[in-house]
Write a protein that binds this ligand. Structure first.
Ligand SMILES: [Zn+2]
Length: 471
């Protein structure tokens, strides 16, 4: 819902907004789950038990198909020519050869998204979708109906085998969609999508005075699972614990977009009686990562080829944090090879007891652009995990208000004791040095964006986020 549709929606009375959300829901469900959805889904389920050799053979084959599609796109024709790939026999192209391609910056796609489409323009059937652009200008991606069906078949198949849920079950969602547009609304703070029995919560309005209304919606519609922004889901669980309304049990909570802390897992399991499953994916659809019951973050090899690279572009060793770069193997309307995701992560070592032969990420460590700018111009990233292991710390966020000022906001159980405060200050000092004045402030709630996302670092000095590199 963007542009005109969003304005029309905003002007409707609430009952018609429910209808609007449902109408959109029916259309969207057909676009994702019509056509060959079931056939695609069976393919993803069948591959789940692949051995490493089978995965390698499958990925090699699929990558060759993607490269030959890419050769029809203006952006790649040029690149392939430069590196001599145009003359290479595609039948001999191996997974290792991918490294010969340059890493793709978001800016290149932002400037000319159509040049990544085979034929130089999206097919008539493809539609534009926009990344959330929490900082910087959104990126336009083009997905056709069959792209979306393959993608949702993948996600639905993995949801079922790994978590035991499907899109066919009623669910509640916290995402960036502005279902309630009035910031001072007295509720309801959700709209109901009949097509998928989906409660669409506003992440923005959640607070102590509104939590009861959120919990009421859960009782009324009885979703089986809850999904969306980790920060909003944690806030709902915490508010329910603090203010008392009892929540209906859920079969699963699947979080995305923000880091999952041990505290979030604990609170969710107390409130909803289920485990938290971490998910990582992007609107661009270049990779899909889902946590298994053993706690491993498996990257689906049939969603994309994932790399973790250091600042010099070299592959990182297991345990070494770098940027996640991914080559999409699902979407064919616009080809993204070795795409910089802007997210930090690291590989885990070894195999998973669950038996899946899918690569394992040790963790998603936040955004590359979540950085603090020091007075000397250098940037410091990866602050969000600084106090995660300290007892009583529920969540943290960093705000840079001025060139030499940094404030760490902490949500803490009870009164923040002096020893925890000084430990946080000491750790921040270790990372940042003594050129900034650092303060730690206890807060009740973290600042959210207008779309309800909690950013790890809010930087009011250096807003050129997307080009920033973590130190
Ligand atoms: Zn596993």
């Amino acid at each position: 819902m963007q542009g005109v549709a969003e304005r029309v929606y905003a002007a409707l009375p609430v009952p018609l907004q429910h209808t609007g959300v449902s109408a959109y829901g029916y259309m969207w469900r057909h676009r994702r789950m019509g056509g060959k959805f079931q056939a695609y889904r069976r393919g993803f389920v069948a591959r789940e038990g692949f051995t490493s050799d089978q995965w390698e053979a499958w990925q090699t084959n699929r990558l060759r198909e993607m490269i030959s599609l890419a050769a029809e796109a203006p952006a790649y024709r040029r690149v392939f020519g430069e590196i001599g790939l145009a003359r290479l026999d595609l039948d001999r192209f191996k997974l290792e050869d991918l490294e010969r391609l340059p890493i793709l910056d978001k800016d290149q796609v932002r400037q000319d998204p159509r040049s990544f489409c085979p034929g130089g323009a999206p097919s008539l059937e493809a539609r534009p979708y926009h990344t959330s652009g929490s900082t910087g200008t959104p990126i336009t991606v083009y997905h056709s109906g069959s792209d979306l069906r393959r993608w949702y078949a993948l996600v639905d198949a993995r949801y079922q085998t790994v978590v035991g849920i499907t899109y066919g079950m009623p669910r509640a969602t916290f995402s960036g969609r502005r279902v309630e547009v009035d910031p001072d609304s007295s509720g309801p703070y959700y709209r109901f999508n009949r097509a998928e029995e989906q409660v669409y919560f506003s992440a923005y309005h959640l607070g102590p005075s509104t939590v009861e209304s959120y919990v009421e919606a859960l009782w009324r519609h009885r979703p089986k699972w809850l999904t969306g922004y980790a920060g909003a889901i944690h806030e709902l669980a915490r508010l329910a614990l603090e203010h008392g309304p009892e929540c209906p049990p859920l079969a699963a909570v699947v979080t995305s977009a923000e880091p999952v802390t041990p505290r979030l897992r604990e609170d969710v399991s107390r409130v909803f009686g289920c485990d938290v499953t971490e998910e990582y994916g992007l609107i661009e659809g270049v990779c899909h990562v889902l946590e298994c019951a053993e706690g491993s973050l498996h990257s689906s090899p049939d969603a994309g080829i994932v790399e973790v690279v250091g600042e010099d572009g070299r592959p990182c060793e297991p345990g070494e944090v770098g940027e996640i770069v991914a080559t999409g193997l699902v979407h064919q309307s616009q080809i993204l090879l070795r795409y910089r995701t802007g997210d930090l992560g690291s590989w885990a070592d070894g195999a998973c007891p669950c038996g899946r032969h899918m690569p394992i990420l040790r963790g998603i460590e936040g955004r590359v652009e979540d950085v603090v700018l020091k007075p000397d111009g250098s940037r410091v990233g990866r602050l969000t995990s600084v106090a995660r292991d300290l007892p009583g710390v529920v969540a943290m966020q960093f705000v840079q208000e001025g060139p030499g000022e940094l404030t760490g906001r902490v949500i803490f159980d009870g009164e923040l004791p002096d020893d925890i405060r000084s430990e946080i200050l000491r750790r921040l000092g270790d990372r940042i040095g003594n050129s900034m004045s650092i303060a730690v402030e206890q807060v009740e709630h973290l600042e959210r964006t207008p779309r309800g996302k909690v950013r790890g670092v809010i930087n009011r000095v250096d807003s050129q986020g997307p080009t920033a590199k973590a130190a």
